[in-house]
Structures are given as structure tokens and as C-alpha cells.
Design a protein around this ligand. Sequence first.
Ligand code: NAD
Ligand code: DAU
Length: 350
Amino acid sequence: MRVIVTGGAGFIGSALCRYLVGECGWQVLNIDKLTYAADQRSLASIEGAPGYRFMQADIADGDKISHILDDYQPDAVMHLAAESHVDRSIDGPGDFIQTNIVGTYRLLDAALHYWRNLPEDRQKTFRFHHVSTDEVYGSLGAEGLFSESTAYQPNSPYSASKASSDHLVRAWHHTYGLPVVVSNCSNNYGPYQFPEKFIPLMILNAMAGRKLPVYGDGQNIRDWLHVNDHVAALRLVLQHGTVGETYNVGGRNEARNIDIVHQIINHVRDLSPHRTLPPDDELIEFVADRPGHDRRYAIDATKLENRLGWQAQYSLETGLRDTVAWYLNHSGWWQPILDRKYQGQRLGVA
Ligand code: NAD
Ligand code: DAU
């Protein structure tokens, strides 16, 4: 397979490139604008591999994307490039509208033009895979799960921009026949995640003995999935998903934020016994809630499991412990980010 991955220098995109090139032996061209969230050091293990190439480009630059498609002649586009952090979307929605909506529109248009000019046999097998989020479905109460037929009810500028992009992808399939598949995944965690996100921020703060800022009452629930399980699902959806359909991805790993924080502190204590951390209640600080904070996300992944045979391989317990161990052993990756890009300050308090 010969694929273009957009956003491949980000957290999930880099895991996908490492998996497709390093484990599946595919040819991958990674297109990334290299925003603050990108880090090419996350791709060091495949840098120089014969099947891997990188090109800096903005997905909203339609002409450039068209040239890249014509030159590279991919069998598929896997579209992950996005502005991805909810708190930043509260502080500045403009970049989210530009990349997630306008950028997806330009990419779709370039892909449509490219697809129409393919020979018939290659048109049949070409796929545009749009990688999206469970946040498009809004917030759940204490019961229930998001299924593929749950109505869209996005609540943040980020999720509204992703919902818009999902609708554009759907329309490009229904109106123009572009062969698309869509996946909507729950919260990812794992190595190489930018420390603005909850789990890496809590790990790095706990390691340094800094306060762990828990929004609101800490009872919000997320459905956590190890990034390696997500990228395995993406490959299955791309290769075996039915054109025009959506697949929800989630590991049935619901947890309250406050419980994740206690688990992280325990893992840091356990894996790094020379550190003397204060008691949990001195480390944890309840801070002002996120505006519009969704209460609970939970994915019903039955369709993906039954039709495509996917199963999450990581339990939250082992995945979280491995992730804490990874951050403990990779200060060379995250320290330059803390020095130059983001110092752990509160975002999104409008
Ligand atoms: P990320 O913020 O870590 O990485 C995004 C990447 O996209 C960065 O490398 C960035 O440079 C690139 N990018 C941004 N704007 C671009 C543009 N205009 N042109 C080209 N590249 C651009 O994001 P992530 O957490 O890896 O998420 C990847 C995708 O998966 C996103 O579409 C996100 O909505 C979706 N998703 C994320 C999660 C999660 O928990 N992180 C869960 C479900 C779905
Ligand atoms: O559900 C999938 C989504 O998960 C993805 O689409 C997004 O790209 C990704 O960022 C993530 O969104 P969340 O808003 O759920 O993730 P975040 O890591 O920002 O926050 C997780 C939870 O932790 C949420 O309830 C807010 C809370 N939180 C977050 C931070 C950064 C805190 O309590 N304290 C914090 O400092």
C-alpha cells in the first residue's frame, strides 16, 4: 500500500506512520504543516526507511496538495491533520475553523480531482479515510454509549469544527462519489503525546512534584484507548471498512479524571521510588472548570469488533503504567518541549 498520511508529525499520526512503515511495510508520505503540536523526533525510528517520506505542507493549500497527490500517486489518503486541543479551541477558535474545516474542504477537493483522473481499476480501490473524534456526539449522562447512529451534538469549538469536517466528508461521498471511510475515536494516550493533554501533563507534573490541576470536581469520564490500539483500528478500517460508513473506536476503558490522577501518582511512586512525592491530596489541586466541559464520553465499538475483528490489546492499567514508564525514561523527548513550546500553564479559561 502507498498512502498519504496528513498530520503524521503529531501524536497519533506519528504512531500511525511508525506502525505502517515499521510494522506493515507500507509506503507512506507524511504531509504536515509542523505546527506547535508536531515533532519530527517522534518519527526518528523510521527516518531514512526506504518506504517513508516527509513533506511540509498545509492541507489548506489546495494547489500544493494537488501537486503532491499527482506526484505521489497514493492508493489512499489517511487524514489526521487537525488542531486537536479543546482548551486551545476555547482561547482561539480561528485556527480550528481554518484547518479542521477549510483545510479538510481543500483536501477533499484535491482528493476528488485526483480520484476522478485515476484509471477505473484504481478508482475502485482508492480510499479517503477521515480520522475523527467521539466528541462530535456531545456529552453523555450516567448511562448509555455513543454508537455510529448517535446524533451529532458538538459542544466545543474543537468538536464543532471536527463535526463540520465529518459532514463535509460525508457530503463529498454522497454528492461526488468519493470513496470515503470515517472513524470516530475516544481519548488516546501513550508515548509522544504533547504535554498540554491531560495524561502527559499529569505525569510530568507528578514527576516534578508540581500541582496536578483537576478541572471542576474531577468526576468527568473519558473512555481511554492506547494509541497503538487506535492505529491498528485505522489500518483495519482503511483496508476493510465499507465505503461511506463510519466506525466508532474505543477500548471500553471508562475512567473518572480523578481516578486517573491517583493511578498516575501511584505509578510514578512505584516506578521511580527515589522520588519522594507529597501525599495525593497535597499534589492534587481542583481548579476552575473548563467552559462547556463535556461530562462523559463512552464508545460502543461493537461494529468495529464484530465486522472488522478489532480488539483493544491494552488494558488501561497496563497501558497507563507503560506510558508513565515511557515518560520517566524519555526526558530527552519532552524536556525540550517544556523548555521551548509549552510550560504547563492553564489554557482555555476564556
Ligand atoms: P496532534 O495535535 O498531536 O497532531 C496534529 C498534527 O496535525 C500536528 O503534527 C500538526 O502539525 C498537524 N497539522 C495541524 N494543522 C495542519 C495543517 N493545516 N496542515 C497540515 N498539518 C497540520 O493531534 P492528535 O492528537 O495526534 O490527533 C490526530 C487526529 O486524530 C485529529 O484529527 C484529531 O481530531 C483526531 N483524534 C484525536 C484523539 C486524541 O485523543 N488525541 C482522539 C480521537 C480523534
Ligand atoms: O475524545 C477524544 C478527544 O480527546 C480528542 O478528539 C481530542 O483531540 C483530545 O484532546 C481529547 O479531548 P479531551 O478534552 O477529552 O482531552 P484533554 O486531555 O484535554 O482532557 C481530558 C479530561 O481531563 C477532560 O475531562 C478535561 C480534564 N483535564 C484536562 C487538562 C488538560 C483536567 O482535569 N486538567 C487538565 O489540566
